[in-house]
Design a protein around this ligand. Structure first.
Ligand SMILES: [Cu+2]
Length: 212
């Protein structure tokens, strides 16, 4: 009788630990590819880094088949990437009551973008829709920190999105006269998930490490 109760207790503890540890956050791989933003007091500039990370674009998007923990479940069933990240290139000093805004001007049909942040902080991202996704505003206020948005596509193929980066009112986002803006196009290719052969190779690697 006692031992039977104990078995039930152990089983329920394991189940509770299992559900607590079952959080699934979107996977990311590939080195960060920064979209560098500058402001010289008059002109906003933006360009993709090819020096620190020479990886050619388009960047890959992969559907890992994960059922993500909410609110990241907006990415379920999608080919995703968080490699591109907005980053300040040097010190930026903004005029009072202004902010740097990023506005999507065009994109491939089906492309979705969600709020991210630093990639390692993925459990704390809001995954709120951005850049017109799900009826959100086309423009987004960049707070000056590194920000890797989650980009998602519904099917295999090529995707791109173009953005204008400009100085605008910190509240309304209205462009401020007398300051120059810049634009950039980011591109991706949604590719098949890693093959089972690659997964088997990884398993072999783990086995080899355990043997040491
Ligand atoms: Cu980064």
């Amino acid at each position: 009788m006692f031992s039977a109760t104990r078995v039930v207790c152990v089983a329920s503890v394991v189940a509770a630990a299992g559900s607590a540890g079952a959080q699934v956050w979107p996977q990311f791989e590939g080195a960060m590819k920064h979209v560098l933003i500058t402001f010289d007091g008059t002109n906003v500039g933006v360009e993709i880094d090819h020096l620190v990370n020479p990886e050619p674009t388009p960047l890959p998007m992969v559907n890992y088949g994960d059922a993500h923990t909410s609110p990241a479940d907006v990415l379920d069933g999608m080919y995703i990437s968080s490699q591109y990240g907005f980053l300040a290139d040097g010190f930026i000093s903004l005029p009072q009551d202004s902010a740097i805004w990023v506005e999507m001007t065009s994109s491939t049909a089906g492309l979705e973008i969600y709020e991210g942040g630093m990639r390692m902080m993925r459990a704390n991202h809001t995954y709120a829709p951005l850049f017109g996704t799900d009826g959100s505003d086309a423009n987004w206020q960049w707070n000056g920190n590194m920000h890797h948005p989650w980009v998602a596509a519904p099917a295999l193929g090529d995707y791109e999105a173009s953005f204008t980066v400009y100085l605008g009112d910190a509240v309304t986002g209205a462009p401020l006269a007398g300051f120059g803006s810049d634009s950039v196009t980011l591109d991706w290719t949604a590719v098949p998930a890693p093959t089972s052969a690659a997964v088997l190779g990884l398993g072999g690697l783990v086995a080899a490490r355990r043997r040491r």
